[in-house]
Design a protein around this ligand. Structure first.
Ligand code: SAM
Length: 301
């Protein structure tokens, strides 16, 4: 089969199937063999690996993945791409295409069934409109994953990698860094895609931590604190957290916790590291445990 990384081959197959690009699915197909080679190299795929590709499109990167991996599962939402993929992947016997919305698929179960629950590698040129839910879904649903190598919007790649004190730092940075070690591999300009996206892109690799880098008693609370802090970025942490309707935290508790952590009471969330958010969350958990015990004592006396 002709290498679809070459623009003339992509054009030929698109014309053969009278394919119409669907903007709502974020369809920008890769047409640069050097970028494809870089993604494969960065993902460190070997013949032992089971790979999940999200959004294969016409199968350009899928062909590269099939050449290098033991098995590939490619999940594509657009039913009009099914006959195209049947043709472009017909030479490979280590690939299965699933016509589904990745956000509706139980990926953990899929990995259980297809790879005996052993860790997989995820490789994708993601549809940009759902980058964050896809990544967070993979991590939060405890899908066994070794690494994720993905093409995303350049700004989103930056947000995943930065630390406190930068304007890109936010809830996504903290969530990604809690689960994985991010590393931007390369920037990719719009002319490497068909059609050209309006934004610059970047390939980023997230290697999952063997052990999370901070100890948190209540992960859900920590992420709720993080979300509340960045939802109200301009506010101090004390005001941001005590105003958040889903948190039920008293201003006084936040002030006490910050004092214990040696932080100023007018600090903003954007100044806190992941470790400081974890410590803050643990202190607030122990305050609420304390008040529950106090309440129980009061009523059993
Ligand atoms: N991998 C191909 C390439 O590199 O040329 C295509 C990448 S294109 C940026 C994103 C692909 O994801 C499209 O084929 C699109 O139809 C598919 N897609 C969009 N939303 C999806 C979803 N919710 N679930 C699965 N695939 C989706």
């Amino acid at each position: 089969m002709a290498d679809l990384g070459k623009p003339q081959n992509t054009i030929a197959i698109l014309q053969k199937y009278h394919f119409i690009f669907q903007k709502k699915f974020g369809q920008n197909f890769l047409i640069d063999t050097r970028v494809l080679d870089k993604i494969i190299e960065a993902s460190k795929i070997t013949k032992d690996d089971f790979v999940l590709e999200i959004g294969p499109g016409i199968g350009t990167m899928t062909q590269y993945l099939c050449e290098n991996a033991r098995a590939v599962i490619a999940v594509e939402i657009d039913k009009y791409l099914m006959p195209v993929l049947e043709e472009t992947l017909c030479e490979y016997h280590n690939v299965e295409v699933i016509n589904e919305d990745i956000l509706k698929l139980d990926i953990k179960r899929l990995v259980e069934e297809k790879n005996n629950g052993k860790p997989i590698k995820v490789v994708a040129n993601l549809p940009y409109y759902i980058t964050t839910p896809i990544i967070m879904g993979l991590f939060e649903n405890q899908v066994p994953i070794e690494s994720i190598t993905i093409m995303v919007q350049k700004e989103v790649a930056d947000r995943m990698q930065v630390g406190p004190g930068t304007k890109e730092y936010g809830a996504l940075s903290l969530a990604v860094q809690y689960y994985a070690k991010p590393e931007i591999i390369t920037k990719v300009p719009p002319n490497c895609f068909m059609p050209r996206p309006k934004v610059g892109s970047a390939v980023i690799r997230l290697i999952r931590h063997q052990k999370v880098p901070v100890q948190v008693k209540d992960e859900k609370l920590m992420f709720a604190l993080i979300r509340a802090s960045f939802n109200q970025r301009r506010k101090t942490l004390v005001n941001g957290l005590s105003n958040a309707s889903d948190l039920f935290i008293e201003k006084e508790q936040v002030i006490q916790a910050l004092a214990k952590l040696g932080l100023n009471f007018n600090v903003r969330g954007e100044a806190l590291t992941l470790e400081q958010f974890a410590n803050l969350s643990n202190l607030l958990t122990s305050f609420s445990e304390l008040s529950t015990t106090e309440m129980e004592n009061k009523y059993t006396l």
